[in-house]
Design a protein around this ligand. Structure first.
Ligand code: ATP
Length: 235
């Protein structure tokens, strides 16, 4: 039987002022899946994550989290239902040390990782435990941002372009960590523009264009879809 639905989005619409950014997005994720949202700049990927997390005031349609309707719910309630968002610009406290950043997040569910477990997942962070946020490289900041959401105990992670601007070796470290999280049963919705990275970790892909889902591609079918994907992702 299919695993439980963690997220079901139907006819999601969103506005920035009068300007409509999402025109009826539909997607779903089951327990333990790793699904990507692909698409070029401005396609609506980040807006979709922000709507799921309750961070866009003008949003309409339906977002079911573990079967609970949250389209009109405030962000803190959505977080308490177990969805954790790692935004594009990382949201760490730059004046605090790595370890202080890891100690602070509120625990919303049992089973959050200990600080030591996070250091095992990201050995770079262990070496930098006393360093201030401002002194970290882009890759270390990204690892710390993911580490912070793992502390909360959330089992559903929304990651917005974790590889953006990072060197290949760091992208590989982050990919390894994401694969370990998947093995441990986390459910992950990953926004990416790096198709190579996305296809190395994901079970399925949704491709966004102009505020809609344009395609849905299973990992097994990716070879036959490569040419179309390049067109969608071309700048
Ligand atoms: P990117 O990788 O550049 O973030 P994206 O696919 O995540 O791309 P969104 O950031 O969701 O795209 O943007 C979707 C649309 O909404 C774009 O047309 C964008 O210009 C518009 N938009 C995004 N943020 C705002 C904002 N704060 N105010 C007004 N319009 C916005």
């Amino acid at each position: 039987p299919d695993a439980e639905l963690v997220l079901q989005v139907r006819d999601l619409q969103a506005y920035y002022g009068e300007s409509k950014a999402l025109h009826g997005v539909a997607l779903e994720i089951r327990q333990g899946e790793l699904v990507t949202l692909l698409g070029r700049n401005g396609a609506g990927k980040s807006t979709t994550l922000k709507c799921i997390m309750g961070a866009i005031p003008k949003r309409y349609g339906s977002v079911l989290l573990q079967g609970t309707e949250v389209i009109a719910a405030p962000s803190n309630r959505i977080a308490r239902l177990g969805a954790a968002w790692c935004p594009e610009h990382r949201g760490i406290f730059s004046s605090l040390s790595v370890e202080e950043n890891l100690v602070l997040p509120p625990v919303i569910a049992p089973g959050g990782m200990s600080v030591e477990e996070i250091y095992t997942l990201f050995p770079n962070l262990a070496e930098r435990r006393r360093s201030q946020g401002t002194r970290l490289s882009g890759g270390e900041q990204q690892m710390l941002a993911i580490g912070r959401i793992l502390r909360t105990g959330s089992r559903f992670l929304l990651l917005d372009e974790p590889t953006e601007g990072l060197a290949p070796v760091i992208i590989q470290n982050i990919g390894d960590a994401i694969r370990i999280l998947k093995e441990r049963g986390y459910t992950i919705l990953l926004v990416e523009q790096n198709f190579h990275f996305a296809s190395s970790v994901a079970d399925r892909h949704y491709v966004m264009e102009d505020g809609l889902i344009a395609e849905h591609i299973l990992a097994a079918d990716i070879a036959g879809a490569i040419d179309r994907l390049h067109e969608y992702l071309a700048v």
